[in-house]
Design a protein. Structure first.
Length: 148
């Protein structure tokens, strides 16, 4: 006669199945982690660019973003009332991502008072495994999008 509950054999069998699945799934997630981190950093960079565009519109001021490839940094400036460039802030990419290239002249993207970009172009970031994302800025609208 069997009582309600589980036997030790059933418990060991379930634990063996869980351990087997974990042995298969964990390496899959670990190998995709650098790509996920790079995509996350690309999305943060997109948000930063969109924020600067919105600041240009809301403050009725020209803003510029200088992409400093050597230090993986963005230097954001704006024009004050005397038409002089003033530093707004800097943004540094996470160490998991490298700012590789831009197609903007002098690696600078500017937004006018209406939020229109000086020109369209792209920014390329990579990780140590050479995974890459391109962030595109549309020439007329300034729409920012991500390309794998």
């Amino acid at each position: 006669m069997r009582k309600d509950g589980i036997t030790i054999l059933e418990l060991i069998l379930v634990m063996a199945i869980i351990a087997s699945l974990a042995a298969i799934i964990v390496p899959v997630f670990q190998s995709s982690a650098p790509r996920i981190e790079l995509e996350s950093e690309a999305r943060k960079l997109m948000a930063e660019i969109r924020d600067i565009q919105q600041r240009a519109i809301s403050s009725n001021t020209k803003y510029s973003i200088k992409f400093v490839l050597a230090t993986d940094t963005l230097v954001v400036t704006y024009l004050d009332d005397n038409n002089k460039s003033q530093s707004h802030h800097t943004y540094t990419l996470d160490k998991s991502a490298d700012l590789t290239a831009t197609s903007f002249p002098d690696n600078t993207l500017s937004y006018n008072l209406l939020g229109d970009p000086s020109r369209g172009g792209d920014i390329i970031i990579r990780n140590s495994r050479n995974d890459q994302y391109s962030i595109l800025v549309a020439p007329l609208t300034g729409k920012v999008s991500l390309i794998e």
